[in-house]
Design a protein around this ligand. Structure first.
Ligand code: ADP
Ligand code: MG
Length: 311
């Protein structure tokens, strides 16, 4: 368990030792990044940035700066649907620890804090400053994809010829299996446990899934999950799940969360505009939408709405 999730690493090496060394290196890298980025760890760099909100800028490593800057880029791409200033709202719902239903007043009071205008990054000084007291950045929506990328990098350095790094739904693959095969990944059905919606083969690609079915709680018959709409600070309701395929995990992970908030239709429009980004979206009614670049690549096991395929 790292970054709040189950991490599984597979490596192909010329020898058993080489494969094992690559796996060890991969896990160490994930642990290192957790120390840097987790807002659950009180002395992580991002926790220090959060603790200094409204007071001072905090100097961070180049890596943290890169991740935060790329997070801001995803925010721009998704018209603010992806927003790492979501921290105070994530804390108010506390879905990963002790879930509760915040009042409308409470959320309204937090709203001014969830504003990227008040996140200041100085690349030259390498500092991050959160302008208002109470602001908190949370990279839970993008950090696991980034960690998968970095783990793959160290595994290659350690000599692995191929492999998979999976932080539960954030998966990055590289190379081919010894028999020449590529890695096949199944996308879980958001409403039928143990069933898959689609299967896809990946080579030197990442896939990341954001869903409403894994971290949630129920109150008075309503399910509340962990992906929040920055406009309302309520769980986003436009999709059941969003899987994004990209060359790098950082984009796949950032975009899956952002597209989930944007909703199926606008989300798919965005995917079609972006180069090297593909997606499989299960919309709020359970319809499966597949981006044009995946049409010949996915095998679906459930009724895909053909009218939604982009021919
Ligand atoms: P997971 O693999 O944990 O399900 P996701 O990529 O689906 O990760 O991201 C969910 C996490 O992102 C939440 O737990 C929260 O920390 C953060 N988050 C929630 N809403 C947003 C948002 N609108 N923009 C950016 N991050 C968010
Ligand atoms: Mg994500």
């Amino acid at each position: 368990m790292h970054m709040g999730t189950l991490v599984a690493i597979t490596a192909v090496g010329r020898t058993q030792e080489e494969a094992n060394a690559a796996i060890t290196a991969g896990f160490q890298e994930v642990k290192r990044l957790e120390q840097l980025l987790s807002t659950w760890i009180p002395d992580s760099e991002l926790s220090q940035v959060n603790a200094a909100a409204g007071r001072s800028a905090v100097r961070v490593s180049l890596e943290t700066m890169v991740l935060v800057r790329k997070s801001l880029q995803v925010a721009e791409m998704t018209e603010g649907a992806f927003n790492i200033a979501i921290g105070p709202a994530v804390d108010a719902w506390n879905i990963s620890a002790e879930p509760r239903l915040p009042t409308a007043e409470e959320l309204a009071a937090l709203k001014p804090l969830v504003d990227l205008q008040h996140v200041h990054t100085d690349v030259w000084e390498r500092t991050i400053y959160l302008e208002k007291p109470g602001m908190r950045v949370d990279v839970g929506g993008i950090g696991k994809g980034y960690a998968a990328d970095q783990a793959v990098m160290v595994m290659k350095k350690a000599g692995a010829m191929a492999g998979v790094v999976a932080l539960s739904g954030d998966i990055k693959t590289f190379g081919r299996l010894p028999d020449g095969g590529v890695f096949r990944v199944g996308i879980q059905h958001p409403r039928k446990e143990g069933e898959i919606v689609a299967e896809i083969e990946l080579q030197d690609e990442a896939i990341s899934t954001a869903g409403d079915y894994e971290r949630y709680f129920e109150k008075d018959g309503i399910q509340y999950h962990h992906i929040l709409d920055p406009r309302t600070l309520q769980p986003a309701r436009g999709c059941q799940s969003v899987s994004v395929i990209a060359k790098e995990g950082i984009w796949a992970d950032g975009l899956d969360t952002g597209i989930f908030v944007l909703g199926a239709e606008r989300g798919m429009e965005l995917v079609e505009q972006l180069e090297d980004i593909e997606a499989i979206i299960v919309d709020r009614n359970g319809r499966v939408l597949i981006s044009s670049g995946l049409r010949n690549r996915v095998r679906t096991s459930h009724g895909v709405d053909e009218s939604k395929l982009n021919h």
